[in-house]
Design a protein around this ligand. Structure first.
Ligand SMILES: Nc1ncnc2c1ncn2[C@@H]1O[C@H](COP(=O)(O)OP(=O)(O)OP(=O)(O)O)[C@@H](O)[C@H]1O
Ligand SMILES: [Mg+2]
Length: 262
């Protein structure tokens, strides 16, 4: 078992967000540690994407605070999140179909030598990156349009790692994938954990949550509805928290911070 550090790399405290009359998030708490995969689950409209956008700086929270490696931090725009070391891979991957794997990995961050694109070095680094992540792709010089969905997803995740983030957020990375391709992506998630990253995995798939995640944070109607250690929790307990069958005092207490409990 890899040691999980006591200080979260990222902690959200009392995050709230409103869209007009809709209170999308209320007082949400979340912690992600190095070497940890945390699942973020909840019904449609529970607030998962809104929370991801708040962390990524795309849609900053109205209220609440954020700690990075134990110190207060602010995320008001995407750059703030990137500078801290947070990478987000959205569901609509944003890969360029006509570019090859190397081109996609370095898109917007091209390496140059004396002003000219350094294709040799980019290809070398691309191979190295994919090899360290044990990602197998027929060739780094084929257009990503000809890769499988799983391979495309692993390329998108690999690209997010070029900035050497400490936290990676994956918004439903396997939603559109078959069994074999899902397995590839989940393997990669486990490799990210081995490398010491904290991973936030948004998922609707309980089987995959149970397979790769250490903890599960449940959102219901924009609020925390329990955080569970996967190894100590049944699938039924998680599903009950998602649907509200266990929207009770015990889960509410679990969702609160120690200070509030006193
Ligand atoms: N830009 C927006 N303007 C108005 N309301 C919004 C906006 N974005 C989200 N909401 C509302 O906030 C709530 C939370 O939505 P969110 O997209 O975060 O849910 P989700 O948990 O990601 O759901 P899903 O599983 O369907 O992706 C919903 O009631 C949604 O309608
Ligand atoms: Mg969503």
């Amino acid at each position: 078992m890899i040691h999980v550090s006591a200080t979260p790399v990222l902690a959200l405290r009392g995050i709230s967000k409103r869209f007009g009359a809709v209170q999308a998030l209320t007082d949400v708490e979340l912690e992600i540690h190095p070497h940890e995969v945390v699942a973020l689950v909840g019904d449609n409209g529970a607030g998962k994407s809104t929370l991801v956008k708040a962390i990524a700086g795309v849609g900053p929270a109205d209220e609440g605070t954020l700690e990075w490696e134990g110190s207060p931090a602010e995320i008001n725009r995407p750059h703030d999140a990137q500078d801290l070391g947070i990478a987000t891979v959205y569901q609509d991957l944003a890969l360029c179909d006509n570019l090859d794997v190397v081109g996609n990995l370095f898109l917007g961050n091209e390496l140059r030598a004396r002003g000219i694109l350094d294709e040799v070095e980019m290809e070398r680094r691309a191979r190295e990156l994919l090899a360290t992540l044990s990602i197998r792709i027929p060739s780094v010089r084929i257009p990503v349009a000809s890769l499988s969905g799983g391979q495309r997803q692993t390329v998108a995740i690999a690209r997010s790692l070029l900035g050497e983030p400490k936290v990676v957020i994956l918004d439903e990375p396997t939603a559109a994938l078959g069994v074999e391709q899902t397995a590839q992506v989940l393997d990669l998630v486990e490799r990210l954990r081995e490398r010491g990253l904290g991973v936030l995995l948004i998922s609707h798939n309980m089987a995959e949550v149970r397979e790769v995640c250490d903890r599960v944070a449940v959102l219901r109607l924009g609020r925390n509805n329990g955080t569970f250690q996967v190894s100590e929790t049944s699938q039924e307990q998680i599903v009950s928290a998602i649907t509200g069958a266990t929207d009770n005092v015990v889960t509410r207490r679990e969702a609160r911070t120690p200070e509030v409990d006193q």
